[in-house]
Ligand binder design. Sequence first.
Ligand code: ADP
Ligand code: MG
Ligand code: ZN
Length: 500
Amino acid sequence: MKRYLKELIIGVGVTTIAFVAVNFQQLTIPFVLLFAILLTFAFVADRNRGAAATVSHEVAKSHRVEFDQIGGQEMAKRELTEALDFLRHRDKIKRLGINPLKGIILTGPPGTGKTLLAKAAATYTDSVFVAASGSEFVEMYVGVGASRVRQMFQRARAQAKKEAKDSAIIFIDEIDVIGGKRGGSQSHQEYDQTLNQLLTEMDGMQTTSSPLVLVIAATNRLDMLDPALIRPGRFDRQIKVDLPDKNGRLHILQIQTKTRPLASSVDLDQVASETYGFSGAQLESLCNEAAILAMRENKEQIEQMHLRDAVDKVLLGERTGKRPRQEELERVAVHELGHAIMSESVRKRSVSHITIAPRGNALGFVRQVPEADGYLYTYDQLVDQIKIALGGTVAEELIYGNRSTGAQGDIQQATNMARTIVACGLSSLGIVDIDNLQRNVLDEEIRRIFAELYEATRELLSAYQEGLRTLSVTLVEEENMSGDAFRMWMAENELQPALV
Ligand code: ADP
Ligand code: MG
Ligand code: ZN
């Protein structure tokens, strides 16, 4: 709006000048001068107003965050409080001649709590908190970014004095936007000036004077940062803020549900084990979605079912408006049941829930209870995962005698795992360098792995052929099936061959 206003003023100005010039030749020069002066004033005022506006909303007084409102991240919290104790015990530091810390970088994926940690740091040290994001310093006018940096430091000190605090924390989110490598090809002179100004401010920071300023920056691209930033005396402390593990997730879920009414039957431990790879922000959004689902059903409390559906929603997106045809639904049901049977037969109690309600890109979906969080896979685990991935398309083959494009994602996944088998020296080729392997040798090996596992999957699933036909009808009717209901059916079907 402001931008248009300026354009408007200029437009009106220019038109008026033109009009006056044509009609009153004698008056042209004084008028042009007058307008030129007015326009310059308007322009400068506007520029200053812009700069002042960004700085004034940086000071966040409202949100007090305490460390115990942050779930998981035990390592990050410990390292951060250790570093912050430098601020809290300044006399001791001075006596020992230790240089106080000027900058801390928090690195990690989005939504893991970096902003929360910075806010909690301010609470812990009783500092004023001033926040900005790297992108706020990017402006087309040369020098504006640098002057905003300068103003931010001034502002932090002034605010600390005003509130009679002896320290200030400046939080710069997305530091990589201004702290990218200088002089690089994608770099730009304006960014360089901004970064230089930040370095100058940090170098000039008096570590003995009051208020003491500490800069906390956040990024998920540590590799992108200019090495000058992480030199001693600048951001020389790096703290990793990773995705939470299962205990971390449980802790975050407990925090996020504290203010939300939970039914007593809710098992958060179960939710935590089903949300492998979720960030804190995703867990927050999961709790929120669960509450929305409960409200839609006019429930007073959030139930396990709502949490379960919310996991799907966060993972795959909102249910789409896709309306598959009836025969497509049946095929999807057969396909998903194929995955589910394989999953349950390679690992008991691994199916959490089966659905054929289209979400995001998926027409259907089997959610597995992940194994305990792990970083290593054995050969058997990889083979099992490939069989589960192939289960969908094999089931289609068994029931319809043909397969469909629904298996595209599964096959991509299976191929990745087969490559992993070869790359990790677990295939019949033995230990090889996959990058130096002849293309046809690799292809041949992957084909061999698939042929063998396809056969094994087919053999296992064919025992369930009749059951697949009937259960898929039920699944089409009900759209969803819980892991327990599915296991009851599995148990019945396993007994049949023995009874005959
Ligand atoms: P980042 O700065 O790492 O992108 P934020 O600190 O902005 O992440 O987190 C965004 C939101 O996600 C927070 O407001 C909070 O609701 C939730 N959240 C993220 N991590 C945690 C955590 N460890 N504990 C509790 N809530 C979290
Ligand atoms: Mg953030
Ligand atoms: Zn599939």
